[in-house]
Write a protein that binds this ligand. Structure first.
Ligand code: XUL
Length: 526
Protein backbone atom coordinates (compact mmCIF):
# COMPACT_ATOMS: atom_id res chain seq x y z
CA UNK A 1 0.00 0.00 0.00
CA UNK A 2 1.31 3.46 -0.94
CA UNK A 3 2.14 5.81 1.92
CA UNK A 4 -0.05 8.80 1.13
CA UNK A 5 -0.41 12.03 3.12
CA UNK A 6 -3.06 14.68 2.60
CA UNK A 7 -2.44 18.41 3.00
CA UNK A 8 -5.33 20.88 2.86
CA UNK A 9 -5.15 24.65 2.59
CA UNK A 10 -8.18 26.67 3.64
CA UNK A 11 -7.35 30.02 2.10
CA UNK A 12 -9.36 33.18 1.54
CA UNK A 13 -10.84 32.20 -1.81
CA UNK A 14 -10.52 28.44 -1.99
CA UNK A 15 -9.90 25.12 -0.30
CA UNK A 16 -7.05 23.12 -1.84
CA UNK A 17 -5.76 19.60 -1.45
CA UNK A 18 -2.36 18.10 -2.21
CA UNK A 19 -1.69 14.38 -1.76
CA UNK A 20 1.90 13.21 -1.63
CA UNK A 21 3.33 9.72 -1.93
CA UNK A 22 6.22 9.25 0.45
CA UNK A 23 7.63 6.19 -1.36
CA UNK A 24 8.11 8.04 -4.63
CA UNK A 25 8.41 11.56 -3.17
CA UNK A 26 5.87 12.82 -5.67
CA UNK A 27 2.66 14.83 -5.60
CA UNK A 28 -0.03 12.39 -6.75
CA UNK A 29 -3.11 14.64 -6.58
CA UNK A 30 -3.92 18.36 -6.52
CA UNK A 31 -7.28 20.10 -6.41
CA UNK A 32 -8.68 23.53 -5.62
CA UNK A 33 -12.30 24.46 -4.98
CA UNK A 34 -13.19 28.10 -5.43
CA UNK A 35 -15.69 29.28 -2.79
CA UNK A 36 -17.53 31.88 -4.93
CA UNK A 37 -17.98 29.43 -7.78
CA UNK A 38 -18.62 26.13 -5.99
CA UNK A 39 -20.68 27.44 -3.06
CA UNK A 40 -22.56 30.42 -4.53
CA UNK A 41 -25.27 30.18 -1.85
CA UNK A 42 -22.92 32.01 0.57
CA UNK A 43 -22.79 34.99 -1.81
CA UNK A 44 -19.12 35.64 -1.12
CA UNK A 45 -16.99 37.82 -3.36
CA UNK A 46 -13.45 36.51 -3.53
CA UNK A 47 -14.29 34.51 -0.40
CA UNK A 48 -15.54 37.51 1.59
CA UNK A 49 -19.14 38.18 2.67
CA UNK A 50 -20.62 41.48 1.50
CA UNK A 51 -20.63 44.21 4.18
CA UNK A 52 -21.64 47.86 4.11
CA UNK A 53 -18.66 48.77 6.28
CA UNK A 54 -15.62 48.70 4.00
CA UNK A 55 -13.29 47.98 6.90
CA UNK A 56 -15.19 44.86 7.98
CA UNK A 57 -14.25 41.65 6.17
CA UNK A 58 -15.88 38.43 7.35
CA UNK A 59 -16.42 34.98 5.95
CA UNK A 60 -18.46 32.02 7.15
CA UNK A 61 -17.23 28.96 9.07
CA UNK A 62 -20.14 27.01 7.57
CA UNK A 63 -18.83 27.84 4.10
CA UNK A 64 -15.45 26.37 5.05
CA UNK A 65 -17.16 23.27 6.47
CA UNK A 66 -19.26 22.83 3.32
CA UNK A 67 -16.11 23.21 1.24
CA UNK A 68 -14.47 20.40 3.23
CA UNK A 69 -17.40 18.07 2.46
CA UNK A 70 -17.27 19.03 -1.20
CA UNK A 71 -13.53 18.49 -1.41
CA UNK A 72 -13.73 15.01 0.14
CA UNK A 73 -16.63 14.14 -2.20
CA UNK A 74 -14.52 15.36 -5.14
CA UNK A 75 -11.49 13.34 -4.04
CA UNK A 76 -13.68 10.24 -3.75
CA UNK A 77 -15.15 10.89 -7.22
CA UNK A 78 -11.67 11.48 -8.66
CA UNK A 79 -10.58 8.08 -7.37
CA UNK A 80 -8.03 9.33 -4.82
CA UNK A 81 -6.88 6.32 -2.75
CA UNK A 82 -8.37 7.70 0.49
CA UNK A 83 -7.78 4.29 2.13
CA UNK A 84 -4.03 4.77 1.71
CA UNK A 85 -3.89 8.14 3.45
CA UNK A 86 -1.98 7.78 6.72
CA UNK A 87 -2.37 11.32 8.06
CA UNK A 88 -4.06 14.62 7.25
CA UNK A 89 -2.78 18.08 8.08
CA UNK A 90 -3.57 21.52 6.82
CA UNK A 91 -3.12 25.24 6.83
CA UNK A 92 -5.50 28.14 7.04
CA UNK A 93 -5.56 31.81 6.11
CA UNK A 94 -3.94 33.38 9.13
CA UNK A 95 -5.60 35.47 11.87
CA UNK A 96 -9.27 34.62 11.10
CA UNK A 97 -11.26 33.37 14.10
CA UNK A 98 -14.21 31.08 14.87
CA UNK A 99 -16.32 31.32 18.05
CA UNK A 100 -17.81 28.14 19.56
CA UNK A 101 -20.42 27.82 22.32
CA UNK A 102 -20.59 25.01 24.88
CA UNK A 103 -22.41 22.65 22.45
CA UNK A 104 -19.49 22.52 20.01
CA UNK A 105 -17.36 19.86 21.68
CA UNK A 106 -20.20 17.33 21.70
CA UNK A 107 -21.29 18.16 18.17
CA UNK A 108 -17.73 17.57 16.94
CA UNK A 109 -17.50 14.27 18.78
CA UNK A 110 -20.74 13.00 17.25
CA UNK A 111 -20.52 14.19 13.64
CA UNK A 112 -23.36 12.38 11.87
CA UNK A 113 -22.36 11.19 8.37
CA UNK A 114 -25.99 11.27 7.24
CA UNK A 115 -25.88 15.03 7.55
CA UNK A 116 -23.44 17.53 6.07
CA UNK A 117 -20.73 19.05 8.29
CA UNK A 118 -22.55 22.39 8.12
CA UNK A 119 -25.79 20.71 9.32
CA UNK A 120 -23.87 19.04 12.14
CA UNK A 121 -22.53 22.44 13.18
CA UNK A 122 -25.85 24.31 13.31
CA UNK A 123 -26.20 26.06 16.66
CA UNK A 124 -22.60 25.68 17.84
CA UNK A 125 -21.38 29.23 17.12
CA UNK A 126 -21.70 32.39 19.23
CA UNK A 127 -20.71 34.47 16.24
CA UNK A 128 -22.26 33.57 12.90
CA UNK A 129 -19.46 34.99 10.79
CA UNK A 130 -15.70 35.02 11.19
CA UNK A 131 -13.49 38.09 10.90
CA UNK A 132 -10.65 37.30 8.48
CA UNK A 133 -7.21 38.75 7.79
CA UNK A 134 -8.54 41.39 5.39
CA UNK A 135 -10.53 43.06 8.18
CA UNK A 136 -9.14 46.41 9.28
CA UNK A 137 -11.84 47.57 11.65
CA UNK A 138 -9.92 47.25 14.92
CA UNK A 139 -7.54 50.25 14.96
CA UNK A 140 -8.88 51.36 18.36
CA UNK A 141 -8.42 47.90 19.90
CA UNK A 142 -4.89 47.67 18.48
CA UNK A 143 -3.98 50.95 20.18
CA UNK A 144 -5.55 49.81 23.47
CA UNK A 145 -3.70 46.48 23.56
CA UNK A 146 -0.40 47.99 22.40
CA UNK A 147 -0.61 50.59 25.16
CA UNK A 148 -1.29 47.96 27.82
CA UNK A 149 1.68 45.90 26.59
CA UNK A 150 4.08 48.87 26.73
CA UNK A 151 4.22 50.16 23.13
CA UNK A 152 5.32 48.81 19.74
CA UNK A 153 8.72 47.45 20.73
CA UNK A 154 7.44 45.51 23.74
CA UNK A 155 4.34 44.24 21.98
CA UNK A 156 6.55 42.93 19.15
CA UNK A 157 9.17 41.42 21.43
CA UNK A 158 6.55 39.65 23.54
CA UNK A 159 4.08 38.44 20.92
CA UNK A 160 6.23 38.43 17.74
CA UNK A 161 4.45 41.38 16.11
CA UNK A 162 3.12 44.80 16.91
CA UNK A 163 -0.69 44.84 17.13
CA UNK A 164 -2.29 44.73 13.69
CA UNK A 165 -5.96 45.19 12.83
CA UNK A 166 -6.19 41.74 11.25
CA UNK A 167 -4.54 39.91 14.17
CA UNK A 168 -6.86 37.77 16.27
CA UNK A 169 -6.35 39.47 19.67
CA UNK A 170 -7.61 42.88 18.53
CA UNK A 171 -10.50 41.13 16.74
CA UNK A 172 -11.44 39.26 19.93
CA UNK A 173 -11.28 42.52 21.90
CA UNK A 174 -13.66 44.18 19.45
CA UNK A 175 -16.07 41.23 19.76
CA UNK A 176 -15.88 41.44 23.57
CA UNK A 177 -16.55 45.21 23.51
CA UNK A 178 -19.39 45.17 21.00
CA UNK A 179 -21.12 41.83 21.77
CA UNK A 180 -20.55 41.27 25.49
CA UNK A 181 -23.19 38.56 25.93
CA UNK A 182 -22.07 36.55 22.91
CA UNK A 183 -18.46 36.82 24.09
CA UNK A 184 -19.48 35.57 27.51
CA UNK A 185 -21.23 32.57 25.96
CA UNK A 186 -18.17 31.68 23.92
CA UNK A 187 -16.51 28.60 25.38
CA UNK A 188 -13.77 28.17 22.79
CA UNK A 189 -12.13 30.35 20.15
CA UNK A 190 -10.47 28.74 17.14
CA UNK A 191 -8.38 30.00 14.25
CA UNK A 192 -9.37 29.03 10.71
CA UNK A 193 -6.60 26.42 10.90
CA UNK A 194 -7.64 24.93 14.25
CA UNK A 195 -11.33 25.05 13.27
CA UNK A 196 -10.67 22.92 10.21
CA UNK A 197 -8.43 20.60 12.22
CA UNK A 198 -11.27 20.23 14.75
CA UNK A 199 -13.60 18.97 12.01
CA UNK A 200 -11.09 16.36 10.89
CA UNK A 201 -10.27 15.26 14.45
CA UNK A 202 -13.85 15.40 15.77
CA UNK A 203 -12.73 17.42 18.78
CA UNK A 204 -11.56 20.94 19.54
CA UNK A 205 -8.03 21.07 18.17
CA UNK A 206 -5.01 22.84 19.68
CA UNK A 207 -3.57 25.94 17.99
CA UNK A 208 -0.02 25.55 16.68
CA UNK A 209 2.80 28.00 17.45
CA UNK A 210 3.02 29.03 13.79
CA UNK A 211 -0.53 30.33 13.45
CA UNK A 212 -0.79 31.10 17.19
CA UNK A 213 1.90 33.74 16.70
CA UNK A 214 -0.49 35.68 14.44
CA UNK A 215 -2.82 36.51 17.32
CA UNK A 216 -0.90 39.03 19.48
CA UNK A 217 -1.67 36.60 22.30
CA UNK A 218 1.16 34.08 22.35
CA UNK A 219 4.50 34.49 24.07
CA UNK A 220 6.71 34.12 21.00
CA UNK A 221 9.71 32.80 22.90
CA UNK A 222 8.05 30.50 25.43
CA UNK A 223 5.31 29.37 23.06
CA UNK A 224 2.55 29.56 25.62
CA UNK A 225 -0.28 32.07 25.97
CA UNK A 226 1.03 35.40 27.26
CA UNK A 227 -0.99 36.26 30.35
CA UNK A 228 -0.49 40.05 29.98
CA UNK A 229 -1.65 39.93 26.37
CA UNK A 230 -4.70 37.86 27.33
CA UNK A 231 -5.60 40.36 30.07
CA UNK A 232 -5.09 43.31 27.74
CA UNK A 233 -7.43 41.70 25.20
CA UNK A 234 -10.56 40.49 27.02
CA UNK A 235 -11.57 39.09 30.42
CA UNK A 236 -11.71 35.34 30.90
CA UNK A 237 -9.86 34.70 27.65
CA UNK A 238 -7.53 32.08 29.11
CA UNK A 239 -10.45 29.66 29.52
CA UNK A 240 -11.57 30.15 25.94
CA UNK A 241 -8.32 29.22 24.21
CA UNK A 242 -7.08 25.68 23.50
CA UNK A 243 -3.45 24.85 24.31
CA UNK A 244 -0.62 25.89 21.97
CA UNK A 245 1.35 23.00 20.54
CA UNK A 246 3.70 21.81 17.77
CA UNK A 247 2.51 22.12 14.18
CA UNK A 248 1.60 18.75 12.71
CA UNK A 249 1.39 16.96 16.05
CA UNK A 250 -1.01 14.02 15.99
CA UNK A 251 -4.33 14.81 17.71
CA UNK A 252 -5.82 11.33 17.26
CA UNK A 253 -7.57 9.22 14.64
CA UNK A 254 -9.67 11.08 12.05
CA UNK A 255 -13.36 11.43 12.87
CA UNK A 256 -15.48 8.43 11.83
CA UNK A 257 -17.53 10.93 9.80
CA UNK A 258 -14.89 10.96 7.04
CA UNK A 259 -14.38 7.19 7.21
CA UNK A 260 -18.04 6.28 6.81
CA UNK A 261 -18.92 8.97 4.32
CA UNK A 262 -15.88 9.15 2.06
CA UNK A 263 -13.89 5.98 2.75
CA UNK A 264 -10.95 7.65 4.48
CA UNK A 265 -8.62 5.17 6.19
CA UNK A 266 -10.00 4.62 9.74
CA UNK A 267 -6.38 4.51 11.02
CA UNK A 268 -5.50 7.89 9.42
CA UNK A 269 -4.22 10.41 11.93
CA UNK A 270 -5.68 13.90 12.27
CA UNK A 271 -2.93 16.39 13.05
CA UNK A 272 -2.57 19.98 14.21
CA UNK A 273 -2.83 22.54 11.36
CA UNK A 274 -0.81 25.72 10.91
CA UNK A 275 -1.12 29.08 9.11
CA UNK A 276 -0.79 29.34 5.34
CA UNK A 277 2.48 31.29 5.53
CA UNK A 278 4.24 28.86 7.88
CA UNK A 279 3.00 26.00 5.66
CA UNK A 280 4.28 27.77 2.54
CA UNK A 281 7.68 28.12 4.14
CA UNK A 282 7.72 24.32 4.45
CA UNK A 283 6.36 23.86 0.94
CA UNK A 284 9.13 26.07 -0.44
CA UNK A 285 11.65 23.92 1.42
CA UNK A 286 12.83 26.53 3.95
CA UNK A 287 13.62 24.19 6.80
CA UNK A 288 16.97 25.47 8.02
CA UNK A 289 17.82 28.66 9.87
CA UNK A 290 19.05 31.40 7.53
CA UNK A 291 17.09 30.27 4.49
CA UNK A 292 15.20 32.99 2.66
CA UNK A 293 12.57 33.17 -0.07
CA UNK A 294 11.09 36.17 -1.80
CA UNK A 295 7.65 35.89 -3.31
CA UNK A 296 6.99 38.47 -6.02
CA UNK A 297 3.21 38.41 -6.00
CA UNK A 298 0.37 40.95 -5.78
CA UNK A 299 2.20 42.03 -2.64
CA UNK A 300 5.88 41.16 -2.36
CA UNK A 301 6.72 38.94 0.60
CA UNK A 302 10.01 38.23 2.28
CA UNK A 303 10.14 34.89 4.12
CA UNK A 304 13.10 34.08 6.31
CA UNK A 305 13.94 31.42 8.86
CA UNK A 306 15.82 31.96 12.13
CA UNK A 307 17.03 29.69 14.86
CA UNK A 308 16.71 32.27 17.62
CA UNK A 309 13.81 34.63 17.94
CA UNK A 310 14.65 38.17 16.72
CA UNK A 311 11.77 40.60 16.65
CA UNK A 312 11.41 43.85 14.72
CA UNK A 313 11.54 46.82 17.07
CA UNK A 314 9.91 49.04 14.48
CA UNK A 315 6.95 46.66 14.47
CA UNK A 316 6.82 46.31 10.68
CA UNK A 317 7.72 42.64 10.28
CA UNK A 318 6.17 39.55 11.84
CA UNK A 319 7.72 36.58 13.58
CA UNK A 320 5.87 33.27 13.65
CA UNK A 321 6.92 29.82 14.82
CA UNK A 322 8.19 27.75 11.92
CA UNK A 323 6.67 24.26 11.58
CA UNK A 324 10.17 22.86 10.94
CA UNK A 325 11.40 24.31 14.26
CA UNK A 326 12.81 27.72 15.12
CA UNK A 327 11.17 30.83 13.76
CA UNK A 328 10.10 32.39 10.51
CA UNK A 329 9.57 35.96 9.52
CA UNK A 330 7.06 37.43 7.20
CA UNK A 331 7.57 40.92 5.89
CA UNK A 332 4.84 42.03 3.54
CA UNK A 333 5.34 44.89 1.08
CA UNK A 334 1.91 45.83 -0.18
CA UNK A 335 3.02 47.64 -3.35
CA UNK A 336 4.45 44.62 -5.14
CA UNK A 337 3.39 43.35 -8.50
CA UNK A 338 0.40 45.70 -8.69
CA UNK A 339 2.76 48.67 -8.42
CA UNK A 340 5.04 47.24 -11.11
CA UNK A 341 1.96 46.78 -13.28
CA UNK A 342 0.97 50.43 -12.76
CA UNK A 343 4.42 51.55 -13.99
CA UNK A 344 4.11 49.21 -16.96
CA UNK A 345 0.72 50.72 -17.84
CA UNK A 346 2.01 54.25 -17.31
CA UNK A 347 4.65 53.75 -20.02
CA UNK A 348 2.47 51.60 -22.30
CA UNK A 349 4.83 48.60 -22.03
CA UNK A 350 3.07 45.63 -23.59
CA UNK A 351 4.20 42.75 -21.37
CA UNK A 352 6.61 41.63 -18.67
CA UNK A 353 9.20 40.47 -21.19
CA UNK A 354 9.31 44.02 -22.59
CA UNK A 355 9.54 45.40 -19.03
CA UNK A 356 12.51 43.09 -18.34
CA UNK A 357 14.20 44.16 -21.60
CA UNK A 358 13.99 47.82 -20.55
CA UNK A 359 15.49 46.97 -17.16
CA UNK A 360 18.33 45.12 -18.91
CA UNK A 361 19.06 48.23 -21.03
CA UNK A 362 19.85 50.29 -17.93
CA UNK A 363 22.77 50.04 -15.51
CA UNK A 364 22.77 48.84 -11.88
CA UNK A 365 22.19 51.81 -9.62
CA UNK A 366 20.42 53.71 -12.40
CA UNK A 367 22.66 56.78 -11.88
CA UNK A 368 21.21 57.27 -8.42
CA UNK A 369 17.56 57.32 -9.54
CA UNK A 370 14.95 56.18 -7.01
CA UNK A 371 11.22 55.63 -7.41
CA UNK A 372 9.14 55.03 -4.27
CA UNK A 373 6.10 53.11 -5.53
CA UNK A 374 3.46 53.72 -2.90
CA UNK A 375 0.48 53.57 -5.23
CA UNK A 376 -1.43 52.30 -2.20
CA UNK A 377 -0.84 52.96 1.50
CA UNK A 378 2.22 50.86 2.34
CA UNK A 379 2.73 48.45 5.25
CA UNK A 380 6.55 48.37 5.14
CA UNK A 381 7.56 51.10 5.70
CA UNK A 382 4.35 52.35 7.25
CA UNK A 383 3.01 54.94 4.83
CA UNK A 384 -0.59 56.00 5.31
CA UNK A 385 -0.76 58.46 2.45
CA UNK A 386 -0.38 56.83 -0.96
CA UNK A 387 1.87 58.54 -3.48
CA UNK A 388 4.75 57.87 -5.86
CA UNK A 389 7.97 59.78 -5.36
CA UNK A 390 10.82 60.19 -7.86
CA UNK A 391 14.35 61.22 -6.89
CA UNK A 392 16.89 62.10 -9.59
CA UNK A 393 14.64 60.34 -12.06
CA UNK A 394 13.21 61.70 -15.30
CA UNK A 395 9.53 60.76 -15.38
CA UNK A 396 9.72 60.55 -19.20
CA UNK A 397 12.43 57.89 -19.22
CA UNK A 398 10.51 54.59 -19.38
CA UNK A 399 13.56 52.31 -19.02
CA UNK A 400 14.95 54.21 -16.03
CA UNK A 401 11.53 54.13 -14.33
CA UNK A 402 11.22 50.36 -14.81
CA UNK A 403 14.62 49.77 -13.22
CA UNK A 404 13.98 52.39 -10.54
CA UNK A 405 10.78 50.81 -9.22
CA UNK A 406 12.25 47.31 -9.01
CA UNK A 407 15.53 48.49 -7.47
CA UNK A 408 13.61 50.49 -4.87
CA UNK A 409 11.44 47.47 -4.03
CA UNK A 410 14.53 45.30 -3.52
CA UNK A 411 16.40 48.00 -1.58
CA UNK A 412 13.35 48.33 0.65
CA UNK A 413 13.44 44.56 1.26
CA UNK A 414 17.13 44.66 2.11
CA UNK A 415 16.68 47.64 4.44
CA UNK A 416 13.59 46.36 6.22
CA UNK A 417 14.85 42.82 6.72
CA UNK A 418 18.09 43.84 8.42
CA UNK A 419 16.58 43.38 11.87
CA UNK A 420 16.48 39.63 11.27
CA UNK A 421 20.28 39.51 11.24
CA UNK A 422 20.23 36.70 8.72
CA UNK A 423 22.79 36.47 5.91
CA UNK A 424 21.62 33.76 3.52
CA UNK A 425 23.97 32.06 1.07
CA UNK A 426 21.18 31.76 -1.47
CA UNK A 427 17.72 33.21 -1.93
CA UNK A 428 14.79 31.46 -3.59
CA UNK A 429 12.57 33.71 -5.68
CA UNK A 430 9.06 32.76 -6.69
CA UNK A 431 6.13 34.47 -8.44
CA UNK A 432 5.55 36.15 -11.80
CA UNK A 433 8.56 38.50 -11.92
CA UNK A 434 10.93 35.62 -11.08
CA UNK A 435 10.61 34.51 -14.74
CA UNK A 436 12.79 37.37 -15.88
CA UNK A 437 16.57 37.05 -15.62
CA UNK A 438 17.18 40.83 -15.68
CA UNK A 439 14.95 41.21 -12.63
CA UNK A 440 16.52 38.19 -10.89
CA UNK A 441 19.93 39.79 -11.47
CA UNK A 442 18.70 42.92 -9.65
CA UNK A 443 17.60 40.73 -6.72
CA UNK A 444 21.01 39.01 -6.62
CA UNK A 445 22.95 42.28 -6.85
CA UNK A 446 20.91 44.23 -4.28
CA UNK A 447 20.87 41.31 -1.83
CA UNK A 448 24.51 40.42 -2.65
CA UNK A 449 23.60 36.77 -2.76
CA UNK A 450 23.01 34.11 -5.42
CA UNK A 451 19.37 33.61 -6.33
CA UNK A 452 17.44 30.66 -7.70
CA UNK A 453 13.97 30.57 -9.12
CA UNK A 454 11.54 28.18 -7.49
CA UNK A 455 7.99 27.43 -8.57
CA UNK A 456 6.02 25.22 -6.23
CA UNK A 457 2.38 24.70 -7.06
CA UNK A 458 0.10 25.13 -4.01
CA UNK A 459 3.02 25.63 -1.64
CA UNK A 460 0.81 25.91 1.48
CA UNK A 461 -1.12 22.68 0.81
CA UNK A 462 2.14 20.90 -0.09
CA UNK A 463 3.71 22.18 3.15
CA UNK A 464 0.67 20.85 4.99
CA UNK A 465 1.06 17.41 3.36
CA UNK A 466 4.73 17.33 4.40
CA UNK A 467 3.65 18.37 7.88
CA UNK A 468 1.17 15.46 7.97
CA UNK A 469 3.99 13.07 7.01
CA UNK A 470 6.29 14.52 9.67
CA UNK A 471 3.61 14.34 12.38
CA UNK A 472 2.81 10.74 11.47
CA UNK A 473 6.48 9.73 11.54
CA UNK A 474 6.96 11.46 14.90
CA UNK A 475 3.99 9.58 16.33
CA UNK A 476 5.39 6.32 14.96
CA UNK A 477 8.73 7.05 16.69
CA UNK A 478 10.57 7.13 13.34
CA UNK A 479 12.71 10.18 14.16
CA UNK A 480 11.87 12.03 10.92
CA UNK A 481 14.35 14.41 9.27
CA UNK A 482 12.89 17.40 7.46
CA UNK A 483 15.73 17.43 4.97
CA UNK A 484 14.94 13.90 3.86
CA UNK A 485 11.22 14.47 3.90
CA UNK A 486 11.15 17.47 1.56
CA UNK A 487 13.56 15.96 -1.00
CA UNK A 488 12.24 16.24 -4.53
CA UNK A 489 9.23 18.40 -3.73
CA UNK A 490 10.75 21.86 -4.05
CA UNK A 491 13.68 21.80 -6.45
CA UNK A 492 14.73 25.15 -7.92
CA UNK A 493 14.10 25.58 -11.65
CA UNK A 494 17.06 24.03 -13.52
CA UNK A 495 19.48 26.61 -14.88
CA UNK A 496 17.87 29.49 -13.00
CA UNK A 497 20.78 30.25 -10.67
CA UNK A 498 22.17 33.78 -10.92
CA UNK A 499 25.38 34.97 -9.26
CA UNK A 500 25.62 38.43 -7.74
CA UNK A 501 27.92 40.93 -9.44
CA UNK A 502 30.48 42.30 -6.95
CA UNK A 503 30.73 45.74 -8.60
CA UNK A 504 26.95 46.12 -8.68
CA UNK A 505 26.81 45.08 -5.01
CA UNK A 506 29.08 47.99 -4.09
CA UNK A 507 26.87 50.40 -6.04
CA UNK A 508 23.83 49.15 -4.11
CA UNK A 509 25.60 49.50 -0.75
CA UNK A 510 25.81 53.23 -1.50
CA UNK A 511 22.37 53.47 -3.05
CA UNK A 512 20.86 51.85 0.04
CA UNK A 513 21.96 54.83 2.13
CA UNK A 514 20.34 57.21 -0.34
CA UNK A 515 17.22 55.03 -0.52
CA UNK A 516 16.81 55.16 3.27
CA UNK A 517 17.02 58.97 3.23
CA UNK A 518 14.50 59.18 0.38
CA UNK A 519 12.07 57.02 2.36
CA UNK A 520 12.22 59.36 5.32
CA UNK A 521 11.93 62.43 3.10
CA UNK A 522 8.92 61.03 1.24
CA UNK A 523 7.14 60.02 4.44
CA UNK A 524 7.77 63.45 5.89
CA UNK A 525 8.15 65.81 2.91
CA UNK A 526 10.19 68.96 3.58
C1 XUL B 1 -0.37 37.17 6.92
C2 XUL B 1 -1.68 37.45 6.31
C3 XUL B 1 -2.01 36.80 5.01
C4 XUL B 1 -2.95 35.65 5.20
C5 XUL B 1 -3.42 35.21 3.82
O1 XUL B 1 -0.12 37.93 8.04
O2 XUL B 1 -2.49 38.17 6.81
O3 XUL B 1 -0.86 36.39 4.33
O4 XUL B 1 -2.35 34.61 5.90
O5 XUL B 1 -4.12 34.04 3.84
Amino acid sequence: MAKLFLGLDSSTQSLSAVVIDLDTHKVVYEKSLNFDKELPQYKTQNGVLPNRDKLVKHSSPLLWADALDLLFATMKKDGVALKSILAVSGSGQQHGSVYFNSKAAEALLNLDPKKSLAENLRGVFTRKTSPIWMDSSTAVECAEIRKRLGGIKFTASRTGSDTFERFTGPQIRKFYKTEKEAYKNTSSIALVSSFMASLLAGKIAPIDFGDGAGMNLMDIRRRIWNQDALKATAPGLVKKLPPVTDSGKVIGKVSAYFVTKYGLNPEAQATVWTGDNPASVLGLGLIKAGQVAISLGTSDTFFGTMEKCQTDESGEGHVFGSPAGGYMTLICFKNGSLAREKVRELYGIKDWAAFGKLVAQTKPGNNGAILLPWFEAEIVPRVNKPGIHRFDLDSKDAAANCRAIFEAQMLSMRLHSQWMQVSPDKIFVTGGAANDRALLQVVADVMKCRVLRIEVSKSAALGAALQAAHGWQMEAGLNPKWEKLITGFNNPVAGSEIQPDKQAGKIYDKLLEKYATCEIEAQDPI
